[in-house]
Design a protein. Structure first.
Length: 339
């Protein structure tokens, strides 16, 4: 695009540069705050995503050993009224017997399976002896028992929560759920209760059950690491693979810093502006304005259009490095034509 087509007066140029600097500082400051805050995560924001893009935006969210589809789930096949499920438990090879299992039994088995993998990985990393392996097995049994006791304490809340989740699913599938304002409001309120606030008859939030389970797992892993002797401990701690959410958060943090720095310096301004607009677009996609009970995103829309204007107006060529890049590019083009 040739900027010669645009006629900017001095006041317009100053306003354009000020707009670029303000938006650039906003992005740079946000990225820097995420970088310096070791506890920052986009998990809370993504959990509140609504609308047609919610599943896509929430795809990177961590699922603690299948927690989201094995504990607080709405669809329970063969579920009884008290929230427990009927599982086939083989007493012997010839005679299977149906037995009532705890509502969290499948999830506990999934955790136990993953803990065995962690136990083996840590043992292989340090090169545990047979005696250390036996001690690790004992820690595993103790951790499972502790988690089972913890879940037993939360069982009335888990049963009530799953019951409310089933009622919500029925309400969402009811006739007029997407057209009748009263039903839409009830669904929005129920969704908010089921994801953040305790519903009627539930004393502890689902987040508390999850935090308790995570605490048990963390203590179990630390206990396994403490089994290493002085020589083994010199290897440090076993490497921990980053989750998709952690990788995404790191990318977002560095992207915000880079976009902000480019806008402040006027370097590759069109590309940085489009990148900033794309990032803000994901924000408004998470809270569509046509969905009930969404967070207003008017500020993001204003900034998106401002960034699109910066991308189209060659704003980096005014008091920015893009001025020198454009001159260099023009000189290269002229030399190529001359040759």
């Amino acid at each position: 695009m040739k900027c010669s087509k645009f006629q900017f007066g001095l006041v317009s140029v100053v306003a354009l540069v000020a707009l670029r600097l303000c938006i650039g500082w906003h992005f740079f400051k946000e990225g820097l705050s995420h970088y310096t805050d070791a506890k920052w995560s986009s998990e809370g924001f993504l959990k509140q995503a609504k609308g047609p893009f919610a599943d896509w935006l929430q795809a990177p969210l961590p699922d603690f050993h299948g927690w989201s589809h094995l504990i607080p789930i709405a669809d329970l096949p063969n579920a009884s009224d008290d929230g427990s499920s009927t599982l086939e438990v083989k007493v012997d090879a010839r005679k299977p017997k149906a037995e009532k299992a705890k509502v969290w039994k499948k999830w506990l088995d999934a955790v136990d399976h993953d803990w065995l993998r962690i136990e083996n990985q840590i043992g292989a990393f340090y090169g545990f002896t047979d005696q250390q392996k036996k001690a690790a097995e004992a820690l595993h049994v103790a951790a499972r028992q502790q988690l089972e006791e913890s879940l037993s304490g939360f069982e009335p809340d888990i049963v009530a929560y799953r019951h409310d989740a089933r009622r919500l699913a029925d309400l969402e599938n009811s006739p007029g759920a997407k057209e009748i304002p009263n039903i839409k409001t009830r669904i929005a309120n129920a969704q908010r209760d089921l994801t953040s606030e305790p519903a009627l008859g539930i004393d502890h939030k689902p987040g508390e059950w999850l935090d308790e389970a995570k605490g048990v797992e963390t203590a179990f892993i630390r206990s396994l690491e403490n089994l290493a002797d002085q020589e083994q401990a010199k290897k440090g701690y076993p490497p921990v693979e980053k989750t998709p959410l952690e990788k995404q958060d790191r990318f977002v943090t560095y992207s915000l810093i880079a976009i902000g720095a480019c806008l402040i310096l006027g370097f590759l301004t069109p590309l940085a502006s489009l990148g900033g607009a794309a990032f803000l677009l994901t924000i408004v996609m998470a809270q569509p304005f046509w969905i009930n009970d969404t967070v207003p995103t008017y500020n993001q829309y204003v900034e998106i259009f401002a960034l699109l204007f910066l991308a189209a107006s060659c704003a980096g060529r005014f008091a920015g490095l893009d001025f020198f890049i454009s001159r260099l590019f023009r000189g290269c083009c002229r030399s190529a034509k001359g040759n």
